[in-house]
Ligand binder design. Structure first.
Ligand SMILES: Cc1cc2nc3c(=O)[nH]c(=O)nc-3n(C[C@H](O)[C@H](O)[C@H](O)COP(=O)(O)O)c2cc1C
Length: 222
């Protein structure tokens, strides 16, 4: 099974987020998964300009690396999203990716996939950022398997580091197992159905404009 790990930190694998993310990745790999690493600081995913072209045609006209990354997201079985806490939210690099995924969200195109999130901070507020990232996993249409996050105790150093790393590795293993078993989460099922119905209704309302998305849902028979 194939997984994609997206690191939104400008410090890529050299940063605190990269260090914690690597432990989650080790967990996925030790369970038997293949993981492709994507560092947003090494590719170009520009901010969304709100042109609506993705809703009409199914692809984004901004000439950067997003469409290539979108293909990988749509092809993976599961994914990991990682970010440092930047002013109580994710990094601008990861937020740009989230915004560019608006078409995926309208189509709930990551339905049937599984995601986990990784976060690090300088001094706390971890829950708020993790909660936001997990809500985005759900908005994409995927099941949210879990999270790991921590403030730091120094550069590439965490308080209670051994326990944190063990949790991160266990989370990676759990991501693999959930994906393999095609696990369903009863506590997320109601919200998932409601979101899907909402997006289907929205696209229906906009059918004269958002042709690609209308055809997408129609082909699904929904
Ligand atoms: C622009 C910027 C904003 C930040 N905002 C916060 C914040 O609101 N709360 C916090 O606890 N840490 C904040 N931090 C600290 C980072 O979240 C923390 O150092 C993180 O571990 C960095 O991860 P990295 O090494 O992967 O880039 C901020 C750092 C930067 C550079």
């Amino acid at each position: 099974m194939n997984f994609i790990a997206i690191n939104g930190s400008p410090h890529a694998q050299r940063g605190n987020t990269g260090l914690l993310l690597d432990k989650v990745v080790e967990g996925v790999q030790s369970a038997g998964g293949t993981v492709e690493m994507v560092y947003l600081s090494k590719i170009k995913v520009n901010p969304c300009v709100g042109c609506d072209v993705c809703h009409k045609t199914g692809s984004c006209p901004i000439p950067d690396d997003f469409e290539e990354l979108k293909k990988k997201l749509l092809a993976c079985d599961g994914f990991i999203l990682a970010s440092p806490n930047y002013i109580m939210s994710v990094s601008a690099q990861l937020k740009a990716l989230f915004d560019r995924c608006c078409g995926i969200i309208h189509c709930q195109a990551m339905d049937g996939k599984y995601g986990v999130v990784v976060e690090t901070s300088g001094g706390g507020g971890d829950e708020q950022v993790i909660d936001y990232m997990q809500r985005v996993v759900g908005m994409l249409g995927a099941w949210s398997v879990g999270s790991v996050g921590s403030s730091i105790a120094g550069e590439r150093l965490f308080p209670d580091q051994d326990r944190l790393f063990a949790k991160a590795t266990a989370l990676g293993e759990e991501l693999y197992r959930a994906t393999l078993e095609k696990r369903e989460y009863p506590d997320q099922a109601g919200a998932k159905l409601a979101l899907s119905a909402y997006m289907r209704g929205l696209v229906d309302l906009m059918k004269d404009f958002w042709r690609y998305e209308y055809d997408y849902w129609t082909k699904l028979g929904k």
